[in-house]
Design a protein around this ligand. Sequence first.
Ligand code: SF4
Ligand code: SF4
Length: 363
Amino acid sequence: MENLYEFDEEYRDTIATVDEKGKRIWVYPKKPGGHFHHRRIVVAIILLALLFGLPFVKVNGDPFMLIDVFDRKFIIFGIHLWPQDFHIVALSMISLVVFIVLFTVVFGRVWCGWACPQTIFMEMVFRKIEYWIEGDATKQRKLDKAPWDANKILKKGSKHFLFILISLLISHTFLSYIIGIEKLQAIVTQPPGENLLGFISLMVFTGLFYLVFSVLREQVCIALCPYGRLQGVFLGNSSIAVMYDWLRGEPRGRLRKGKVQADKGDCIDCKMCVHVCPTGIDIRNGTQLECVNCTACIDACDEVMVKIDKPKGLIRYSSYSAIKEGKKKIFTARVIGYSIVLTLLVSAVAFMLLTRSEIEATI
Ligand code: SF4
Ligand code: SF4
């Protein structure tokens, strides 16, 4: 994406979470809150209920969702897919990829902020527990610097105990989508020796989830997630993203006598948008690879705007073209092209599903 501002671009040479010596800078985001955050909580509760509840849902005695790679048994939304349906699975996968590309070209990283399991578990489950036990960002920083006394041991111990419990729950749920709830129940209720492979898988997955949510955190989105890494290719000037309205905000300046200076923009450089960011970036530098569209900076800035009596939305969902030219362009040639390809693919998958026979035999 082209340069949004005329300022220096030094921020592009470094990652907010790594210092000059290459050492990790731990992010202590301030507790988020506000209009978007409350809506995200509702969405997160619904999605978590679906994730944990679906393995128990049965259709005619079979699971609603099953991806049993070991027995090559796949049930997607109650539809059985057999090994001879491999071409349908392959075409469905291609359709899914085209859908993801199309969705991202139009809506940017809405998925990351609202529906990605990594963000939901990190921001809505693990981070909430951390705020509950250790307090807001300043208290967490203080606790980390404090010596290991009884208070610190109790807080850190109980936090990590809960983290491990939730990681166990996630790994069990994850495995139930692969082997089915009955086989999982057998692993849980029988001695480990009887289902050694299943038991080891559960422990390995638990360890991985614990590592992701207690140590890796935002680094998963910044450095590991392939979808996150591809944003530079997908996003265009018309893609919707969390954007800072630089035309309205610049030149930024501090409040004088509680008022925005007449010759300055609406940004009062309070840095609240930076303090709440879970990936440690300053959205005022423009769209960045690290931004997971979590909306925390929108809520933080809106709160500031209300206090200084300015309209909300200095940081908002918008696009580069919408801010620069004041025009919202959704149906670009790229979007139309992807939509045609996707329609053809989905029609082909639907046709194959409707006309396939239950049994196929080759003698
Ligand atoms: S929260 Fe809003 S006003 Fe404060 S620094 Fe960020 S953009 Fe500027
Ligand atoms: S820049 Fe804003 S939307 Fe993006 S990750 Fe940071 S707080 Fe979330």
